[in-house]
Design a protein around this ligand. Structure first.
Ligand SMILES: [Zn+2]
Ligand SMILES: [Zn+2]
Length: 520
């Protein structure tokens, strides 16, 4: 008997934690951080206490109280007695997590799973996750690839021992190269080595169930959809996907394979149901190229470097407009790692005129020192950027804003080429970003403005392309795959599917968080 329980991603965008059980096999599709739920209780500087382990997360419902799969070392004393009577409390063991991609709303809370639970993902998803963890300050909510075990000292949980990697299973490669292995086992801190736990390559089953993965187009490389063969038939899960990026052929191939499999159940995302298709990555390239051509002084492009498609686009824009492309050290690290995971991502050496910005820092991590050493001929500093501002395209984001204090640009353009969906916390960040841009007298382009209800002025649209398919594209995908049952996930508007699929035989089951759905 097949049973599915959604512990996250229900009536919310992200936080997906979809539990599947069939016979003796039990696993999750994704185990993400629920951003919006988290923002109800916590903020940027007000986070769950690492010293309290799982307590704050269980208390606020950010994590389901599932005994047996969450980290024992974070349980502290009497934790489970406290949550034993809660409605969702359950004791379980699992065979692993099928992780779709490296966005935190899908991967983040893997951090709280026992460190012997395998995570299945593409090698790109695993490597991007590790590079992001390596290059960020330690944060117990972001220990996706390796974690620091904790023990009780004087009543509080404190870190003890050295980093321990999770046992990953790379679904898309037969083996890791030696260089890739070195990266996988490299520790961000020299004093704390990473122990070398076994990883696996090319697994075909999770528990006793056969599964398949399908690369799909999304705003981060390595994204995959999955299908698992259960006793009730194939269960397919889209993860996040779109049809308007350069890898749209992958999403198309996924749909065609699904038509052949005829899945019993399709779990489908629904992030942007009411929006129009919007600009494609190609349109974004044209728009940004035009803007950079007209720009005077420094040009700053704000986007996440994980979006490698956008990064390559801006590199080409820099070349076409005679500007030097400058990226941050952490982006250079990420690019190196992505190239290690797939030759399709160009290496830094394949970008002949790329430079790496070296910022002021009191402490430099080992990965960053290595980047500075390895690319010593490609380093650029703040005074040099200021000197040559009119011939530079700088890749920055809000987190790098203080570097502008060092650069002191006299004129320039700030192209906001990033996600527009945000909550209250995002609005606060956006206000701050606007203030910094105004402070330096830069011309904003594509920046949402508060006066217009956080809308981008019509004349400035087309500088960003979403990572998600729009409603009509998803309806088309569902009609073509034609599953017996559709379970909407990762959406605030699941009713949209009922409304628009009335003319089909597809049964639509709206999940309720923590409630089990059984399928014969
Ligand atoms: Zn997502
Ligand atoms: Zn995503």
């Amino acid at each position: 008997m097949l049973a599915i329980t959604c512990y996250g991603g229900v009536n919310e965008i992200g936080g997906n934690k979809i539990f599947l059980e069939d016979g003796d096999t039990r696993f999750f599709f994704d185990f993400g951080s629920p951003f919006k739920k988290r923002a109800r209780f916590f903020g940027e500087f007000f986070s769950p206490r690492p010293g309290a382990g799982l307590l704050d997360l269980l208390e606020t419902g950010l994590l389901p109280p599932l005994k047996g799969i969450l980290r024992e070392d974070l349980a502290g004393k009497d934790l489970w007695a406290r949550f034993a009577s809660s409605e969702q409390h359950r004791e379980m063991s699992i065979d692993g997590v099928l992780l779709t991609h490296a966005h935190m709303d899908h991967s983040g809370y893997v951090s709280f799973l026992r460190d012997d639970i395998p995570v299945y993902s593409t090698v790109m998803t695993a490597f991007v996750s590790k590079a992001m963890q390596d290059s960020a300050p330690p944060n117990f909510e972001k220990e996706v690839c390796y974690s620091l075990p904790k023990g009780i000292k004087k009543g509080y949980l404190r870190s003890a021992g050295t980093y321990k990697p999770r046992p990953f299973a790379f679904v898309d490669v037969p083996a890791l190269s030696e260089e890739a292995q070195d990266f996988w086992y490299s520790s961000p801190v020299r004093k704390k080595p990473l122990s070398s736990e076994a990883y696996r390559c090319a697994p075909e089953k999770i528990g006793a169930l056969k599964f398949r993965f399908f690369p799909v187009d999304h705003s981060i490389p390595g994204a995959a959809a999955y299908a698992v063969e259960t006793s009730a038939g194939w269960v397919a899960y889209t993860g996040d996907l779109r049809f308007h990026g350069r890898a749209s052929y992958q999403t198309e191939a996924f749909v065609q394979e699904m038509q052949k499999l005829r899945p019993r159940i399709l779990l489908c995302e629904g992030t942007r149901l009411k929006e129009e298709r919007g600009p494609s990555e190609r349109d974004v390239f044209e728009h940004c190229l035009e803007a950079v051509r007209k720009a005077q002084g420094l040009v700053i492009a704000d986007f996440g470097a994980r979006n490698v498609e956008r990064l390559v686009a801006f590199y080409n824009i820099a070349r076409e407009t005679g500007r030097t492309f400058v990226i941050m050290g952490k982006d250079a690290y990420l690019l190196d790692v992505m190239h290690l995971a797939s030759e399709r991502v160009p290496s830094i050496d394949q970008f002949p005129d790329i430079l790496i910005y070296k910022d002021f820092k009191s402490k430099i991590s080992s990965w960053e020192a290595e980047i500075h050493r390895h690319y010593s001929g490609k380093i650029i500093t703040a005074p040099q950027v200021r000197e040559d501002a009119g011939r530079i395209l700088l890749c920055f984001s809000f987190a790098d804003m203080l570097d502008l204090v060092d650069i002191r640009p006299s004129e320039g353009t700030y192209i906001y080429s990033s996600s527009e969906v945000f909550d209250e916390e995002g609005a606060t960040d956006m206000r701050r970003l606007s203030n910094w841009i105004a402070h330096f007298g830069l011309r904003p382009l594509g920046l949402p403005r508060e006066a217009k209800g956080w809308e981008i002025p019509p004349a400035e649209r087309g500088f960003h392309s979403s990572g998600h398919a729009c409603g009509p594209d998803l309806l088309d995908l569902i009609r073509r795959i034609n599953p017996q049952t559709l379970i909407p996930i990762h959406t605030e508007d699941p009713g949209y599917f009922i409304q628009h699929l009335r003319d089909t035989d597809i049964e639509i089951r709206l999940p309720i968080e923590g409630k089990t759905m059984v399928f014969a």
